[in-house]
Design a protein around this ligand. Structure first.
Ligand code: 9MR
Length: 620
């Protein structure tokens, strides 16, 4: 059933994208233009989680007024703590709303239950404090344990309602990932591709997406080695939701290892055609229905042909894990490095094996026919880990090197199909053998990109550091916002400039409620949070016995494309940043995936460090 829906949904995309861009002021009917009727609650928009004590504190009000209005900040008991006047900001093109902004950054009194009132309308409540993001750091990382394949999810760790039997192991009724056939072009053999994380609402496992996700988890940890004010302890052994407590390895690396072991299994073994390449993906032969608990999936699993993109993802992620695991497990580290080098050589020998965009029966396509970015990223990681000149030459001579827009797309962001920036960020921050001049050049690319995202944030009435091409929000736009925030946060780590830090925090405000829909896109965080995301086990909306998504799960967010039947029907005519609905079947706006939660985890770690570290907040 879903298969048809997916196919139909994807075909709808081209037909339905609403016209974005120019906004006619005369068309304003009150504060908002005509569009689908949605309940957006209070017009006063704030970060529904809260504001860091020493960070910026801004919000937005949707109003037909064009003259400044009075705003009042009240504590939980109703006492007035501050007031001021709003600043008219005209029509916000992403929402077609007439808006004004307010700023109470000077308030540093800690407390819960604050509200802002404008024109008699009260915001959702929020906190001012330092430890706002500690639980988000752990919850956003727990997402990965919850979505492990091939192992039972332990109720003692996650709570009884989220516990489930192992998915895709050998037990009946399903056929497991331990013995998956690969049949193509004369090849006919079987592989054990068990383990790893399920990609998303579906239970496919895709190397292109797994690679960037595990890399961003590892980078959240690697950042603590180099960035001032970054603390490794909250990511350490015994601190996160993983069963490997007490093994002496930081928990975040234990989680990364679960995926790395799977990625290594996806490499074509010696002696087989295309040895060293990585299979693009493994998933069900046909789409399963929703809900389907992973252990109840009866579909045959299939392996899809190797691709250059997947192979380079493996090379990059394995090279990074080789250096990070060295102190904890030298044998594993050596195995990763060998796999990374082998993958690189195989990709060089087969540079044009592209996964098709049409291969979406039973699983997502993740088609990608431009792998210059994957070559750049893999070369950078291999160089950082080994210092070998061949790898250095590969990225220095890449056409992407020096091209800020190619590394960090401004009309979008880094993503599974645009990975070069991951390499550049690591070259800029992780100790390596670049010359000082070369390293400065890379750092300048990062700060130039951050300058652009910071100015996009400053221009946006909602402070969002995202200015997509043609104003159209992409599938998974929230992850694009977060990936731009990672560039900003890295620029802040490198320079200490508050402008970058503030743009990250403004991005957080947007994701947690200060947006055109008054929606917090993270389950369990904020009064109006998303909790019906598309997921085959966390499918409470369809079956009351199943749980909602676990806290810390990020919805994909507004998507101008409306490529699913629910969004298509209910959101027709939506303004780009309002093309979102918290419905389990609106998968093109409301899915959850590892590559969206990974940047959320990276950023949560960064903002939690800011809150905890006087150094982080004090830098200017
Ligand atoms: O994140 C992917 C997005 O960039 C694509 O536009 C979209 C359609 O091809 O697919 C998204 O990825 C989905 C994948 O194909 C299957 N698992 C769920 C992913 C998130 O929706």
């Amino acid at each position: 059933m879903l298969g048809a829906a997916v196919a139909a949904g994807l075909a709808l995309g081209a037909l339905t994208a609403p016209a974005a861009g120019a906004v006619d002021n005369r068309a304003l009917r009150g504060a908002e233009t005509a569009g689908p009727k949605v309940d957006t609650g209070s017009p006063v928009r704030v970060n529904q989680v809260g504001y860091l004590t020493h960070g910026p504190k801004k919000g937005t009000v949707v109003t037909s007024a064009t003259k400044p209005l009075k705003w009042t900040l009240r504590a939980a008991d109703g006492t007035k703590r501050a007031s001021g006047t709003t600043t008219p900001a005209g029509v916000d093109p992403s929402s077609r709303q007439n808006v004004q902004t307010f700023d109470f950054s000077e308030v540093t009194g800690k407390g819960e239950g604050y509200t802002v009132t404008v024109d008699g309308k009260k915001s959702e409540p929020f906190t001012i404090g330092d430890n706002l993001y500690s639980s988000l750091r752990t919850d956003s990382l727990a997402y990965f344990y919850h979505n492990r394949s091939g192992t039972k999810i332990d109720g003692d760790l996650v709570g009884a309602k989220y516990a489930r039997p192992a998915g895709h192991d050998k037990a009946a009724p399903h056929r497991g990932d331990t013995d998956v056939p690969f049949q193509q072009g004369g090849s006919d053999y079987r592989r054990n591709v068990s383990g790893g994380w399920y990609d998303a609402g579906d239970q496919g496992k895709y190397v292109v997406n797994g690679g960037i996700s595990v890399a961003q988890l590892m980078s959240a940890f690697e950042r603590t080695r180099t960035a001032k004010g970054a603390d490794a302890k909250p990511l350490g052994d015994g601190r996160l939701t993983v069963p490997e407590h007490g093994n002496g390895t930081p928990d975040i690396l234990d989680e990364a290892r679960w995926e790395m072991d799977f990625l290594l299994r996806m490499q074509v073994p010696k002696g087989k055609p295309l040895a060293g390449m990585a299979f693009h993906k493994t998933h069900d032969k046909q789409w399963t229905g929703i809900p389907t608990r992973p252990d109840q999936d009866k579909q045959q699993r299939v392996l899809r042909p190797p691709s250059t993109a997947a192979t380079l993802n493996l090379a990059a992620a394995a090279a990074q894990s080789a250096r990070l695991f060295k102190p904890y497990d030298p044998d594993f580290s050596a195995r990763c490095l060998h796999s990374a080098r082998t993958a690189w050589d195989a990709a060089k020998a087969h540079p044009n094996m592209f996964a098709s965009d049409q291969d979406s029966t039973g699983g997502g396509a993740y088609g990608d026919s431009n792998v210059k970015d994957e070559f750049y990223w893999a070369a950078a990681e291999l160089f950082i880990t080994t210092g070998d000149n061949a790898y250095r030459k590969a990225f220095l001579e890449s056409r992407l090197h020096g091209d800020v827009d190619a590394l960090f797309p401004r009309g979008g962001a880094m993503s599974w199909s645009s990975t070069a920036g991951l390499g550049a960020l690591d070259l800029a921050t992780v100790p390596n053998q670049l010359t000082d001049k070369q390293r400065d050049a890379v750092r300048t690319m990062v700060t130039k990109a951050a300058d652009r995202y910071a100015s996009d944030s400053a221009k946006s009435a909602y402070g969002v550091p995202y200015a997509p091409m043609g104003g159209k929000y992409e599938w998974g736009s929230n992850s694009q916002v977060l990936n731009n925030m990672i560039v900003l946060a890295t620029a802040h780590d490198l320079t200490g400039k508050t402008r970058y830090r503030d743009a990250v925090l403004r991005g957080m405000d947007y994701l947690l409620g200060a947006n055109p829909l008054n929606q917090s896109y993270v389950t369990g965080y904020g009064e109006r949070n998303s909790h019906h995301q598309h997921h085959r086990f966390w499918a409470h909306q369809l079956d009351a016995k199943l749980p909602n998504p676990a806290p810390g799960s990020l919805a994909g967010g507004p998507n101008s494309g409306l490529q699913d039947p629910v969004a298509h029907k209910k959101l027709k005519g939506c303004a780009p940043a309002m093309c979102y609905i918290d419905d389990i079947m609106a998968f093109s706006t409301n899915e959850i995936t590892i590559n969206w939660n990974a940047p959320l985890a990276w950023i949560s770690s960064y903002v939690d460090d800011l809150g905890n570290s006087k150094t982080g907040m004090a830098m200017s």
